[in-house]
Design a protein around this ligand. Structure first.
Ligand SMILES: C[S@@+](CC[C@H](N)C(=O)[O-])C[C@H]1O[C@@H](n2cnc3c(N)ncnc32)[C@H](O)[C@@H]1O
Length: 281
């Protein structure tokens, strides 16, 4: 079979979109269907399926195994991320939310739990960790833990390693870079750097699909970052995901969405404190 022979019909396209939606919640815009389909074409060939339809049917029936599902997810998702992305959120966390959350607690040493849901390769979760570690250095007394989750197993594994290309950490300011990024001992690793163990030990990552009906996560999270992923979902899934995430926040906890996502979040029990920041009532 050649790549040409596997070209999809419009029915296949519709089924394709529907399967992608069931797998991940992602709504592929018309302009992206053929691009993603093209990416999957190699998987069709390598798994010995007759065409895209057969591949998707076998995939959804579990006949191709979990590892193949992971590969398909990686070809469908967009994993763009960076350290201190949309930095206004991290400034607000450090200047407003952290002092407020700590003041709310009646424990001598409060323990804050933060969650980067859809964390990609971990830059958002480690940025949260740096902000928390800096607040401790600044004299605030508390303990903390960060959780990062993503549907992509390969992204979660990358996050767990905490290893990045040197140019990926260029958005971290020099002071924080000195404290939290380990400089490579030699150049054999092609200019890769690693997050210091002090942060890595406090940030846990697990694979999790936001479309699943339940999440294996505590229900007393203080702050959830769910940024730049709701845009890929339809209104119904978006509302459901927000409701589920909300149920994992403790009362008084905060939900932070991406700057292009604020207007689409409306949920009873969440009050808007900033265009993209919500507080659980
Ligand atoms: C554009 S990245 C955003 C990463 C990070 N939150 C940020 O703002 O930099 C979107 C991430 O959402 C993940 N994703 C897409 N659908 C998902 C789902 N159903 N459940 C969990 N993660 C999902 C993708 O794998 C990808 O890593």
């Amino acid at each position: 079979m050649t790549l040409q022979q596997a070209a999809p019909s419009s029915d296949t396209n519709a089924r394709f979109r529907s399967v992608v939606h069931r797998m991940s919640g992602i709504i592929l815009p018309d302009g992206k269907v053929s691009m993603v389909e093209q990416r999957l074409r190699r998987r069709v060939l390598e798994t010995g399926q007759k065409g895209t339809d057969e591949y998707l049917q076998a995939l959804m029936a579990g006949r191709l195994g979990a590892a193949e599902m992971d590969k398909a997810i990686d070809l469908i998702t967009t994993n763009t991320t960076s350290f201190f992305r949309e930095n206004a959120h991290f400034e607000y966390l450090s200047e407003v939310l952290l002092p407020r959350l700590l003041a709310d607690s009646d424990l001598a040493t409060p323990r804050l739990k933060l969650w980067s849901a859809a964390c990609s390769e971990g830059a958002e979760a480690f940025t949260l960790a740096m902000v928390l570690a800096e607040a401790q250095r600044g004299g605030l007394s508390f303990d903390w833990a960060v959780l990062g989750t993503d549907i992509s197993r390969s992204m979660v594994e990358k996050a767990q390693a905490g290893i990045y290309a040197a140019d990926q950490v260029s958005t971290i300011n020099p002071g924080l870079h000195d404290r939290y990024i380990m400089v490579p001992i030699n150049n054999e690793d092609g200019g890769q750097v690693r997050i210091v163990p002090e942060l890595r030990h406090k940030v846990r990552f697990l694979q999790m699909n936001l479309i699943d009906p339940t999440y294996p996560v505590d229900h007393d999270i203080d702050v959830i970052f769910i940024r730049n992923v709701l845009i890929y979902f339809n209104a119904e899934d978006r509302a459901q995901v927000v409701r589920r995430l909300q149920s994992h926040l403790r009362p008084g906890g905060y939900l932070v969405v991406g700057h292009s996502e604020g207007m689409s979040v409306k949920s009873e029990g969440l009050e808007r404190v900033r265009p993209t920041i919500f507080r659980k009532i």
